[in-house]
Design a protein around this ligand. Sequence first.
Ligand code: 6R9
Length: 669
Amino acid sequence: MWLRCGCAASLRVLASPLRVLGLRRCNTAAFMPESTGFGGVSGRSGLQEFSVSSSESFWAAVARHRLSWIRPFTAVQDCDLSRGRIRWFEGGKLNVSVNCLDRHVHTCPDRVALMWERDEKGSEVRYTYRELLEMTCRVGNLLRRHGVKKGDCVTIYMPTCPLAVASMLACARIGAAHNVVFAGFSAEALAERIRDAQSSTVITVNQGIRGGKILELKKTVDTAVQSCPTVQQVFVAMRTDSPVAMTARDIAMEEEMLKEDVVCEPAAMNSEDTLFLLYTSGSTGKPKGLVHTQAGYLLYAALTHRYVFNYHDGDVFGCVADIGWITGHSYGVYGPLANGGTTVLFESTPVYPDPGRYWDMVERLQINQFYGAPTAIRLLLKFGDEWVNKYDRSSLKTLGSVGEPINTEAWEWYYRVVGEERCPVVDTWWQTETGGICIAPRPSDPDAEIVPGMAMRPFFGIKPALMDTEGKVISGNDASGALCLAQPWPGMARTIHNDHQRFMETYCQPYPGYFFTGDGAYRSVEGYYQITGRLDDVINVSGHRIGTAEIEDAVNQCPAVAESAVIGYSHDIKGQAVFAFVVLKKNVDVEEADLSRQLNGIVSEKIAKYACPDFIQFVQRLPKTRSGKIMRRVLRKVVELDLDSLGDLSTLDDPAAVQEIIQEQSKRS
Ligand code: 6R9
């Protein structure tokens, strides 16, 4: 069954790779920028300025202190955003898996690396650094024996579990790139990603299990690979007891792993070799395979994990994102492991078996930093405070939010009820493209002021810029514009796999010399940043620009509302009008007409009359991607009655949500 490698040969594992690489003993807490001797720089906010104005000195010092190198780098950076050329730490060689495992095994082999919170509540499994290294080495050897070479790309289609993490790290160990595809994607979506990545090897499980429901992952892979001529072998691990039909190309993973040695020589990788591809959710056109490389990505994930969450040695870090998304990569796997931390792998859902799941887990695993998505927070607040209060949350020190704007009501509930007004809420803004957190409340100072609903301050080395409609930089505060990043940072994506032209067009060409994020932002009088939503979700009503997120935030402040989605639709007179889909809290018993009046009152009070919804439709649920993002694109098509071009719905969490809304719409029209 589910393989848990023994510790028998651990000493062999410890000694060999470290000796091969000539690594010194390391203290995981010793890589702080403060200790790097930046003469004359006092305090962390001074350090932020220094990190931007003297970017090369800053990143060189941090890279030397925080990463273990096989060969030191010779150039800190060679970047030109206008040409889409991004290179960090060239000349250097290192191995990411050694940085995440061996060096910690050397100092603290029995520290817990992974706490796997399995779907079945109360059956968590812990893996020490030594055990995770052994498992990684076995997978690395297995892949090598089956011909996987440096530079190949392995597709991983697995639930969030230790073997998936070991598979990612095994790729890194032998120099192959990984391409993790979220295990909720359809066969077609998976096939498209396998083909684009040109993978010859896929790793999967017989079945997944999430929220008590069985997911037939192996069957999905079988269907997918029929249209993927490059695939030669599929490794199949057993997550459940159900036997699965094996074909000639399938390999029983655990069985074969047991034949492998627990020592695997790490490949010496160049800083700019590819570490992984990750496809962004296909809300617009063909998915983009963003390319992240070795040293810069790892360094940035580690540094942000340490400072944004104020993570300290011995803390238990609970990121509930699936490993199929960038949040799972950077803050479920690479950041915490590079820092020698203990990281939780969450396989379940926030409401399984009941809405107390997260907080029960916090109590059981003694989680210190909890990192989740606003959509889950909004869902949970609908069920009431008693599900939270049932559990002891005194271990919590920091609460994180990611993925979309967090509305004021959710922020306050998170802060007041979940965190008992003790834990800072860090609303972290970033993207698959940025590799790690770019704007967050407190990279500079753990005691810094935090304003609800604001991502606040740029991280070390990040220089945001707001652009006006003419493409010029806006200099003052109290201003809104297109959010760009004015200088390169080590964690940014280098290109789109096989499509550098698209990378240029999407990110580099809209504002030459800047990285364009696709988001809008507001810079407050104090200079704090607030993300206003995707620019493609901005509505222009009678010449007034208004972010859908802003309207939603107001609508959500109505006590009867659980969540909402606002879209713009074409209107003869105003250009665009506002359409709000609203989900009410359970047991709300108010007339719809009264509620509509109430909502309009709130919106005109919070924003302006022009922002009031012209139409409000009360719905049971909103169509969302499995990572929790509301699919406004789909809502727009439904409202426009353009049902033939709804596009790919395979990324939806529950396609029935769209059907319900369509039926409601057709009753009205
Ligand atoms: C990490 C992640 C990126 C897009 C991004 C933005 C939205 C993420 C946010 C946020 C407001 C935040 N987003 N964090 N919006 N406040 N704190 O989610 O990556 O899946 O690539 O999505 O998500 O619109 O551009 P990804």
